[in-house]
Unconditional design. Structure first.
Lengths: 240, 261
């Protein structure tokens, strides 16, 4: 079974085609970068994966569950980190996480155990008592990633999670999420920055709503530079 | 506790905490009705005597008449404000988080409405306590009976707010909602003057007021404060809530603002 399967998905806003016959599969435990310039359709695809948008054209399966036919089973297996931060700044890290756990219907000792485990995975346990406002941008992001793991998802979706962060924070977060994939989580990481991608990662190149290619980064780069290959493919820049 | 109740409790608690933290919002929510009660009503007192109409059993002063209407006003403002924030900037991110939960979306939106209602009820009780301090007290049991009435009216007004902010794109700021929704609803209701007074000047206006769901919310609150039930108002409020809720659930677009067009 594939962790994530997108089949022939199209979506349009009025006359504008946002996604055009998009298909790809992710194997369990893979780190896949969804690489595309701004406006390629990454956010639209994320909205469809999380069922904020629904399309009749094509199908999306999360761990075997059809997002349209069995939305709750599919959503239960997805963890999401949205591009725009969604934290309560005046509450502590722990409170933010327990609020999220409750939204998933988790409470009591079981919720606490999974919150602690999620914070441990991101090395954020010691910050549980701090208010979010006191954290820097990188730690806030890490907290959001920890939050996305609280309900034990099988697939983690991140929509340009490093936007606005400094280089050190970007590296730390990219490394943390690669570790998660090594532990068996399937990751779909939307980005337009090639330096966040490792040679062994899967890369799905999205351009103007279409999938141009889906293969390991090393093969796309074919012994050259991934950024150059990306620019050659899309005619647009892929560096910060 | 089931998953549904866990989520409900968390959403209501978060909303309450957020409200208590926002001191300026708390203050303005209290000052507004107090200005009406202390200044407006005092000025009007001489101009408008209110004769004996149910649920009152004696002559009452204008300040006494206006209290239930001001409770309704608190809920009207709060309902519009919190529903607008669900659809526009402030809460959009946290709504997205809410909507990717495994629980049904209709339940989560209902929890949000109930949370907004809880905040409005908190404000109403503080206002009633201040009114009592000014010498305008209700029968003791009225303070208890008014609670279910406030739950219903709060839900109805919150659902109306959600319906309006989800479907009418032009009303995307609070000033617009204030001019085109809050003021007309408030003034064309029984909040400030009894309907029979209105009929003296214009029967048409009276009919409009009688069809205004906010009138029925105010009457439901008024009767409950005096330990009785206005059945007609109850039916109106429940029916209006059902209609507004269904419309809001259909009109609500979870992806709003997500895609840059």
């Amino acid at each position: 079974m594939k962790a994530l399967s997108v089949r022939n998905v199209s979506y349009r806003f009025g006359a504008k085609v946002a996604l055009d016959d998009v298909s790809f599969d992710l194997e369990v435990g893979r780190f896949a970068a969804l690489l595309g310039p701004n406006g390629a359709g990454k956010s639209t695809l994320f909205a469809l994966l999380t069922r904020l948008l629904v399309t009749r054209q094509g199908q999306i399966f999360v761990a075997g569950f059809d997002v349209r036919a069995a939305p709750r089973a599919a959503l239960a297996r997805i963890g999401v980190v949205f591009q725009q931060s969604t934290l309560d700044l005046d509450m502590t890290v722990a409170r933010n996480l327990s609020y999220f756990a409750a939204l998933q219907g988790l409470s009591g000792a079981a919720a606490q155990a999974s919150i602690d485990a999620a914070l441990d995975r991101l090395d954020m346990r010691e910050r549980a008592g701090e208010t979010v406002r006191a954290l820097n941008g990188g730690h806030r992001r890490r907290m959001e990633i920890a939050r996305a793991l609280v309900h034990g998802p099988e697939v983690l979706l991140l929509d340009e999670p490093t936007v606005g962060l400094d280089t050190a924070s970007r590296r730390a977060i990219t490394a943390h999420v690669h570790d998660l994939a090594e532990d068996g989580l399937t990751v779909l990481w939307a980005t337009h920055l090639v330096d966040e991608i490792r040679p062994t990662d899967d890369v799905v190149v999205l351009h103007k709503g279409r999938v141009l290619t889906h293969q390991p980064a090393a093969e796309i780069a074919c012994s050259g530079d991934l950024g150059d290959a990306f620019i050659a493919m899309t005619g647009e820049g892929g560096r910060q | 506790m089931t998953a549904y109740l866990v989520a409900l409790r968390a959403i209501v608690l978060r909303e309450m905490l957020r409200f208590v933290h926002q001191r300026s919002r708390f203050l303005s929510a209290l000052v507004r009705p107090l200005v009406w009660l202390v200044i407006f009503a005092a000025g009007f007192r001489a101009a408008l005597g209110v004769s004996i109409i149910p649920p009152y059993q004696t002559y009452i002063t204008y300040e006494v008449y206006i209290v239930p209407g001001l409770c309704g006003m608190i809920q009207l403002f709060n309902g519009m404000q919190s529903s607008l924030s669900l659809v526009y900037d402030q809460e959009m991110g946290s709504m997205r988080l809410l909507l990717t939960s495994r629980l049904p979306r209709t339940w989560l939106l209902f929890c949000k409405l109930l949370a907004g209602t809880a905040v409005s009820i908190l404000q109403v009780y503080v206002f009633l306590a201040l009114a009592a301090a000014f010498g305008i007290a209700m029968p003791p049991l009225g303070y208890l009976y008014v609670l279910p009435a406030l739950v219903l009216s709060g839900l109805m007004l919150g659902a109306l707010g959600l319906l309006i902010s989800s479907t009418i794109r032009q009303l995307e700021n609070f000033a617009g909602v204030m001019n085109f929704v809050i003021f007309p609803m408030f003034f064309m209701s029984s909040a400030l003057y009894p309907l029979w007074k209105m009929a003296e000047s214009s029967p048409l206006l009276r009919d409009i007021c009688a069809a205004n769901p906010f009138t029925h919310a105010v009457e439901l609150i008024r009767f409950a404060l005096y330990e009785s039930v206005n059945l007609w108002a109850l039916i109106w409020v429940v029916a209006a809530f059902a209609v507004f809720l269904v419309g809001a659930l259909i009109g609500y677009d979870p992806a709003r603002g997500l895609i840059r067009k």
